[in-house]
Design a protein around this ligand. Structure first.
Ligand code: URP
Ligand code: ZN
Ligand code: ZN
Length: 477
């Protein structure tokens, strides 16, 4: 067969299950051929000595999310998806967030407006449910599921958005009825508040005390409570941004009993520690996120969970706030007490290179597992597979061509987000995506962004997702 729009030639193609030497033929934005010595394409991409991987699916990012108290996210759909493309990610799933008292439908309509005309790669929406009224549960959520928003996040902390256990049960029961997936931010809110006041009374307000106010026990308890709530309702949940062994132990405990508890982790729990919150002066604010990074032993526990199947997905939790900005980390233009520092760090562009380099290059996970964690399994989890997350005939031609030998020292100047720092400054990685295609269109090519804002499309997620895998029963340690 000839007449391809694009042929990616002579590369090593890897999916979550296979590694093969073949060309990829693309027509009409889809993969249409996988074979050696394909006929000529209108565009030829030379992938000799390169890896040809599915474009990443980053299923936990925050872009242009309305924030309280004068805080502004640094990335909108344009800069956030541009940065994603340059890091080999071709699908992002940010959050349409409901304020208490607000209609969820209105939040989603507003979010569609924010995305309109801006995205460089494709995107879907999760919902954030902060006010599960009767109308939200009976009318709005079922309607939004039909519109392709089939997953929602609930918070057990942050006064502005947190649900109590009874509300959690209400939304979990709804998720069970409809087959939707609930993502849980598991931290014990009252304990964080109590510790925060204790620290403040002792004059301990520097960024490093954010970690002291969010100790692992707080995450462990909430993780166990979320598991118990999911058990009562008999519905799967996904525990997001798991930071270390305490929460991991709870998830292993549940899995060993056959419960469908999925788990996500993020690069900050593999590459940062609480020590990074202790930088000079206010610098530690750059690494303030919740849960906070822990210690070296916790990093090892997270690596083990990636290798042995405990974790289903790796997301960035890209939550971008500028450092030198009165609407960002230095809220109001000052070195504020830790409780006022916007929580979250940027990472949509560095997620895959960091994991590839230390994970695959470092011999901790296989190339197939890397693809599964960063692309295939998030697509399955959220009802986007096999359109996204794999390289297969009929799939969208969302593909990243990686140079596995390209050495990069991460510094903020090589990144494409709108944040004025990276928490990974100075880390050396080997392996970087050199060309990214979204639906067959080259959007990032050897240091040049070629994708136009507005070309990215909204993706409807399937409900329920028949491909969503049952989590492996990992063995308790
Ligand atoms: O600190 C974090 N993780 N900020 C982003 C919001 C969230 O809870 O994921
Ligand atoms: Zn969260
Ligand atoms: Zn988040």
């Amino acid at each position: 067969m000839g007449g391809y729009d694009v042929v990616i030639r002579n590369g090593t193609v890897a999916t979550a299950s296979d590694v093969m030497q073949c060309d990829v033929g693309i027509a009409g934005g889809k993969v249409v051929a996988l074979a050696r010595e394909l006929g000529k394409g209108a565009i030829e991409v030379d992938a000799a000595r390169k890896l040809v991987l599915p474009g990443g699916v980053d299923a936990h990012v925050h872009l242009d999310q309305p924030m309280p108290g004068g805080v502004q996210m640094a990335d909108d759909f344009e800069s956030g998806t541009r940065s994603a493309a340059c890091g080999g990610t071709t699908t992002v799933i940010p959050f349409a967030a409901q304020e208490k008292g607000q209609s969820l439908m209105a939040a989603v309509e507003d979010y569609h407006r924010r995305a309109s005309g801006k995205a460089v790669v494709d995107y879907a929406f999760h919902l954030i449910v902060s006010d599960p009224t009767e109308t939200v549960l009976r009318e709005e959520l079922p309607e939004l599921f039909r519109q392709g928003c089939t997953s929602f996040k609930v918070y057990m902390t942050y006064d502005r958005v947190r649900l109590n256990d009874r509300q959690m049960l209400d939304v979990l029961a709804l998720a069970r009825r409809e087959g939707a997936l609930t993502m849980v931010h598991a931290e014990n809110s009252d304990s964080i508040g109590w510790l925060t006041e204790l620290l403040e009374r002792a004059g301990k307000t520097a960024p490093k005390y954010h970690a002291a106010s969010h100790p692992p026990a707080i995450e462990r308890e909430a993780t166990h409570r979320a598991i118990m709530l999911s058990e009562l309702v008999d519905v799967p949940i996904l525990i997001v941004h798991v930071s270390g062994p305490e929460a991991i132990e709870q998830i292993r405990w549940a899995r060993a009993r056959g419960m469908r508890i999925y788990a996500e982790t993020c690069p900050q729990y593999l590459f940062l520690t609480a020590g990074d919150l202790e930088g000079e002066g206010f610098e530690g604010a750059k690494c303030v996120c919740s849960p906070p990074p822990r210690d070296k032993a916790s990093q090892e526990a997270v690596w083990d969970g990636l290798a042995d199947g405990l974790f289903n997905i790796v997301s960035s939790d890209h939550a971008p706030f500028r450092y030198e900005d009165p609407k960002g980390k230095k809220l109001g233009g000052r070195d504020v007490a830790f409780r006022y520092i916007p929580n979250g760090i940027p990472g949509v562009e560095t997620r895959m290179p960091l994991l590839y380099s230390a994970g695959v290059g470092g011999g901790r996970i296989s190339l197939n597992r890397f693809v599964a964690l960063t692309a295939t399994d998030p697509a399955k989890m959220y009802g986007l597979y096999p359109r996204k997350g794999t390289i297969a005939i009929g799939a969208d031609a969302d593909i990243a061509v990686w140079d596995p030998n390209k050495e990069v020292t991460i510094t903020n100047s090589v990144l494409h987000h709108n944040v004025d720092y990276t928490p990974y400054e100075g880390i050396k990685v080997k392996g970087w995506p050199v060309t990214t295609l979204s639906r067959g269109e080259v959007v990032w090519d050897n240091g040049r962004v070629t994708g136009k804002p507005g070309r990215g499309r909204f993706l409807k997620c399937e409900l329920p997702d028949p491909a969503r895998p049952k989590p492996a029963r990992t063995v308790s340690r």
